[in-house]
Design a protein around this ligand. Structure first.
Ligand code: C5P
Length: 204
């Protein structure tokens, strides 16, 4: 089974996606983490070819680069911005997509990102596109991560990132034609999880 969740930064793809993946025993893949790992490699001058997505038995595959397991190091806004710049390059996108396709060929997956329903898994069983106002997304980011930045500053960064992700030539952020589009601006996380659970139940 393949479920995809796409949408802009800060909309809640990760928190909601993780809950749905756990509930339905799907491997949970955050494609943004792969772009972030490649940004980390660039910043630390590490070989991008050494990137490994190790499925193991856990629901969330491990990300390893040059023997280092990456975790919280990938969460900063600076890494996110660098990732979004790198994500414009075809070579980077192919590197990421082939790793996702490999796991999706072996396991039932929930993959979240920007182009999963449109490009990476176009035949997925269920495609979701989550949206929310930029102010609300900035608020969610502020609550989610330890950051000195104000909501306004986060909002400015998200706006820049959205623009770059939506306007790039390759695999821009947009809903797939057959995606279920959900505006989550005034929904609680629980509401979104329930809605997605209902949709997922109906394909199993
Ligand atoms: O989702 P996250 O914020 O971790 O993603 C970091 C960046 O990686 C995004 O801003 C986007 O530019 C890029 N990305 C992408 N395609 C995906 C997932 C992420 O271009 N499927």
């Amino acid at each position: 089974m393949q479920v995809t969740i796409d949408g802009p930064a800060g909309v809640g793809k990760t928190s909601v996606g993780r809950k749905i993946a756990n509930r339905f025993s799907l491997a949970f893949i955050q494609s943004g983490k792969l772009y972030r790992a490649l940004a980390y490699a660039k910043i630390h001058d590490l070989d991008p070819d050494s990137l490994k997505l190790n499925p193991g038995d856990a629901t969330e595959p491990e990300l390893i680069i040059c023997g280092r397991t990456l975790g919280k190091d990938l969460d900063s806004e600076a890494i996110g911005e660098e990732a979004s710049k790198l994500a414009k390059e075809g070579e980077t996108r192919e590197r990421v997509n082939s790793k996702i396709a490999q796991i999706a060929g072996e396991k039932d997956v929930l993959v979240e990102g920007r182009d999963i329903g449109t490009k990476v898994l176009p035949n997925a069983d269920l495609k979701i596109y989550l949206d929310a106002s930029i102010r609300e997304r900035a608020r969610r980011r502020k609550n989610q991560r330890e950051t000195e930045l104000s909501v306004k500053e986060i909002e400015a960064r998200l706006r820049k990132r959205d623009e770059r992700d939506q306007k790039r030539k390759l695999a821009p952020l947009k809903p797939a034609e057959d995606a279920v589009i959900i505006d989550t601006t005034s929904m609680s996380e629980e509401d979104v999880v329930e809605r997605l659970s209902h949709l997922t139940e109906n394909i199993t």
